[in-house]
Design a binder for this molecule. Sequence first.
Ligand SMILES: [Zn+2]
Length: 327
Amino acid sequence: MQLLKFHPILKHALWGGRRLRSVLNKPLGPDSDYAESWDVADLPGDISIVSRCRLAGTSLRQLVESDPDTLLGSQASFGRFPLLIKFLDASKRLSIQVHPSAAMAGRRPEVTTGKAETWVVLQADPGSRVYAGLKPGVDAQTLREAARGPEIVDCLHSYTVQKGDCISLLPGTVHAIGEGLLLAEVQEPNNVTYRLSDWGRVDAHGRPRELHLDLALEATNFNLGPVNPVTPIIVDGDESHQRLVATQHFVVDRHVAAKAWKPADDNRPHVLIQLAGSSTVTTHDDECSLQLGETVVLPASRPEATVVSDEDSILLDCWVDELRIGC
Ligand SMILES: [Zn+2]
């Protein structure tokens, strides 16, 4: 199977903007509310289509179904591509929300897996904030009462962020992305979102967006507490190779600067996301360039691949440890 690039799936929302085009070169139309670009997706109704070479026009779902061993390797039994990859342009702030854990899967039909998510900041306007986790002592009753008004913000741990910061949220963490942020997002393959508050906003037709207070409170893990940006861990003494996230949900490594390296030969699919500069991925029978804002999937069963990046490059390498999937 070739190296896989996909057409982006573009999403509108009242908090979106134009930076998916102006910074990441996504093919937007004229509207001013482009919020998300889904670059790798295998969800009902949102399925990525291959954009390059022999498999162009084939869907990721078709590839999972027709050749799961080649694409997913040791994760073939999962039956779905195990990651959802997005870019987000939060020109305005997003709702205060929470995503369920897999523990809700038996109780709610829309919950197929949990949804852990990790954000890596590509651009931040001065003073841009994120809201990540509840302050200590906030319980369900406090949150329910506060969610009726603007005082809900007092329940949330919040701080300003800058380019390069990484925030990793377990399912059940109450959160919001503040305005002025352009992010890359790595997630479990699920888009179930329960809104606690939309800051009192209405859409272009004067209507508020739906809230899901009871479900949000059910999905919230009140034991998780505040979440701060991750501290990168240097891998094998190589400062250009940093581990940002290693949870039961997925692993995210960051490779910076000019170098050549080989993705692990581990019979798992890997997703490479170019956050700055450019790279080239080469196997003995394929070669694929990656520019800022582009993503490539390396199938699990692949010839040895080499990644060569320029000196400005920042590249994420994301994969799932199948032993812990769905926890
Ligand atoms: Zn979220």
